[in-house]
Design a protein. Sequence first.
Length: 276
Amino acid sequence: MRLRFLLRPGWLALTVVVFTFAICCYTLLAPWQFRRDGEQVTQNNALTTSFTAKPAPAAQLLPPGTKPDKNTEWHLVSITGTYLPSAEVVARLRTVQGQGAYEVLTPLRATDGTVYLIDRGYVGLSSDSGVLPYAAAPGGQVTVVARVRSDETDPKNRDAFADASTNGKLQSYTVDSRVVAKSSGLTIRPGYFQLDQNQPGVLSALPLPQLESGPYFSYALQWLAFGTMALLGWLYFTIRELRPGGALTTERPQRGRRKSVAEMLAEEEDEYTPTA
């Protein structure tokens, strides 16, 4: 039977590769890009809403025991309390608008006793890649308006540290309320809160993400197309092999034997030999 070629090792290997690639396209790569597109849309909607919505009290938008999520991130909240500069940490290895920077993280104790981690913005690097001098957080009671953000996660779970290279200032690898809570001994609610411009204690305010859809949806469609093309290519070559003369057929048409030079010369002599 002509279908026996489907059981050949080379064809089986090709089939496994093609179908594995197609399955990955349909179940992993395309859905991953669709999820990223959904996250981008959610972020854009939250940012757009925050541009016109009035700030809500932090305790109202994020009741005790709740964490920031996709429904609350980027929303504006107001917090009244007092900065705790003794527990301040700077986040290292940051990039703002293509330039190296540090982000300054200062806890703030609200009037109800809840401690929030405030991202006061960023400062540049000194000539030796250290932290440039920056203004201290204001003393006394202040009211700040900030954007809700979810904690970052360090895959290595590194703690804040201070040594000679940091001039004694605590530094962290992520903006994470859990890291600052551990280094300070404070109980800090989950998430952090990013100051906008003209807020008490703000340094250089971090820029907001661009409102753009991104390429994720088109990438998802491309992965679906790639998976479909792979399957169609496999089907095409399978049908071609089922026809006579396929590349994997075992029966090949016999080619005529090539004549030797001596035979061709003999034929020429016979051609020019006069007949009696």
